[in-house]
Design a protein around this ligand. Sequence first.
Ligand SMILES: [Zn+2]
Length: 236
Amino acid sequence: MKNYENRIKFYFDSVLGLFYPNNCPGCGAPLVAGEKYICSHCITDLPYTYFKNTRKNIVSELLLGRFNLENASSLCYFIKSGRLQKLLHNLKYNNRPEIGQELGIYLGNELKKSNSDDFDVIVPVPLHFKKLKIRGYNQSEEIAKGIKTAIDKPIDTSSIERVIYTETQTKKNKIQRWNNVKNIFEIKSPENLENKHILIVDDVITTGATLEALASKIQTVNNTKISVASIAIAKK
Ligand SMILES: [Zn+2]
């Protein structure tokens, strides 16, 4: 009888879990009171960059000379097969936008602490509408919502459009990547960006080619300044 009850409970929890995920998407542990979507163990253990405490900033080093950059930040280093990879995978492919919002709040708090919060508007890296339709949300926009919770600045998702659908870049070399992305963005409403300091938000920075493509389009608009913030940057 006990076994039967356990099995019923198991199925009930599994079905409920589909609607109210109550396990941490980073490590699988059950969430406890006070934890929102990510358990406190995973939050403490993330591979933070602590850029604000160090003079070495690999995001600005990566983007140096490619466009005019005010501030560059990344909350964490991207480490393969770690907790963060699981969180980001769930954010991107398992319909868990709230992970982006929670990580975005931590990123926003870091921007505040390092005095990198003097931007006017947040622009998440746009997704192509086809990809948006498949995924249901733009993961960078979810991160932007978290930043907005920490730093009350508007999010602009309509002034720039991703007009070309690109396949995955992982098998391409640097020049192929650039040729693949350089014209994927189009400015639709330059008047919304004019005279503004724009914070571009991305989930993971790898080569920086997408950011460079977006930033170089934005910089065709009169008197714009650009900063960049991401959840993770690939460590070379
Ligand atoms: Zn966890």
